[in-house]
Design a protein. Structure first.
Lengths: 233, 192
């Protein structure tokens, strides 16, 4: 006889006697290729049984997708580079240019004349930065650390605030080129003031960065910086 | 032998591969949603470390995106290709571990749970677990009840309210479909 249909072989592999005639079963036991097919199907059955027992598929944490997305966007923007999650935010060149501009233009202001009087409530500008576009160095806005009644805040102004379809977020980047903290969302048009913990400046978080963010559930920096500048003062 | 897989499932998979190859960002997200549990679990079982498995999963999908132009949509499901990339990343991680001597114990003892590449049997078992759902209902439930829960055909027919002959047909065809799917995973050896 000819080889039985695949479903018959499957029935034999499943040890279901109702799935094959005596003649078919006899053929299978004497036929090398049918025997091999049945053995293979038996292995699939065993693997199915073994694979699921106490071994469910596990979900990776959501942070993994965030990093994939980050790398995808960074790669597109920079024409394919190394994995962004491994690369510090500080790139040789662009940020250095912004830094040089900040210092060169002498934005340092040591506050108002009455700062020497510790009792009177006074608003003093403790540090300032000019914010430039990272690639072109074109001027985008400014940031200043303002101290009022001993409480610091960071006032950020960005002139051409183009958030695209999302929003703009303000960050403080650390000198180490790796760490960063988010201060919050920039209000479209005009100046936004963020409460600032002075300790951040002491710990090296002195570079102001404004990024374009999408309305998604990824809290990390998108990698798309609109403006950046380092506080001096 | 012609594949007995349902046409609907194949079309959805082909479409995803095509869209990803064309550079659709949504396609990457869909591929991640569909296949990241399988990739992650293969890495986790092979490396025995959550953080390492997370890194591998990230690397696999970043590699998939960067290598998207090399996808051949006519080969159907993305799974064999992604699994191939996973094998490489797991092997890389293991090689790095050996170099760093970070997991000295595992290197010295060479016990079975710490293979340098994902065990083929492990990959197949996990892949099968993932594939059963794709068979649709009631076939997936019939297969699970008969093969995993070890219930009789009569019992399953009664429980699901199906004719006995239908239950038997579902089990047999389901097994054949899974066998066909497994062949794709075994045959593929992509380079990336």
């Amino acid at each position: 006889m000819t080889h039985p249909d695949p479903e018959v072989l499957a029935a034999v592999a499943l040890d279901d006697p109702t799935g094959s005639t005596a003649e078919q079963a006899g053929h299978v036991s004497g036929c090398a290729s049918c025997g091999a097919a049945v053995a293979q199907l038996r292995q699939v059955r065993d693997q199915l049984a073994a694979g699921a027992r106490g071994m469910p598929l596990e979900q990776p944490p959501t942070s993994v997708w965030a990093r994939v997305r980050e790398a995808q966007l960074a790669g597109e923007r920079r024409g394919g580079g190394s994995d962004r999650s491994r690369r510090p935010w500080l790139l040789a060149g662009s940020a250095a240019a912004a830094l040089a501009l900040g210092f060169g233009l002498g934005w340092v202001t040591r506050g108002s004349p009455s700062e020497s009087d510790p009792v009177s409530p006074v608003t003093a500008t403790v540090a300032r930065a000019r914010l430039d576009a990272p690639d072109s160095g074109a001027w985008q806005g400014s940031a200043e650390v303002v101290r009022e009644v001993g409480v610091d805040s960071l006032r950020v102004t960005v002139t051409a605030a183009d958030a695209g379809p999302g929003y703009l977020e303000v960050w403080l980047l650390n000198r180490d080129g790796h760490r960063m903290v988010s201060l919050g969302v920039l209000h479209p048009g005009g100046t936004t003031s963020f409460p600032l913990n002075a300790q951040l400046l002491d710990r090296g978080y002195v570079t102001v960065d404004v990024s374009r963010e999408a309305f998604d559930d990824l809290p990390d920096h998108s990698g798309d910086s609109l403006a950046r500048g380092t506080l001096a003062g | 032998m012609k594949s007995v897989l349902a046409l609907d499932e194949r079309d959805a998979d082909d479409d995803l591969a095509e869209r990803l190859a064309a550079g659709s960002s949504d396609a990457l997200a869909e591929a991640y949603e569909r296949w990241s549990p399988l990739v992650y679990t293969i890495a986790l079982r092979s490396l025995g470390s959550g953080p390492d498995a997370e890194d591998v999963t990230q690397q696999v999908f970043v590699s998939a995106w960067r290598g998207r132009r090399s996808i051949d949509p006519s080969r159907g499901s993305l799974a064999p290709w992604l699994i191939g990339i996973t094998r490489h990343r797991v092997a890389d991680t293991w090689a790095a571990r050996t170099r760093r001597k970070r997991d000295l114990e595992a290197v010295i003892s060479r016990d079975r749970s710490r293979e340098s590449v994902p065990d083929q049997d492990l990959v197949e078992r996990l892949y099968l677990a993932d594939m059963v759902d794709e068979l649709g209902e009631p076939r997936a439930s019939v297969l699970r009840l008969v093969v995993l829960a070890d219930r009789s055909h009569h019992d399953v027919a009664h429980t699901l309210g199906l004719p006995l002959g239908t239950v038997k047909s579902h089990v047999r065809r389901g097994l054949l479909q899974l066998r066909d799917r497994l062949r794709e995973v075994a045959d593929d050896s992509p380079r990336s």
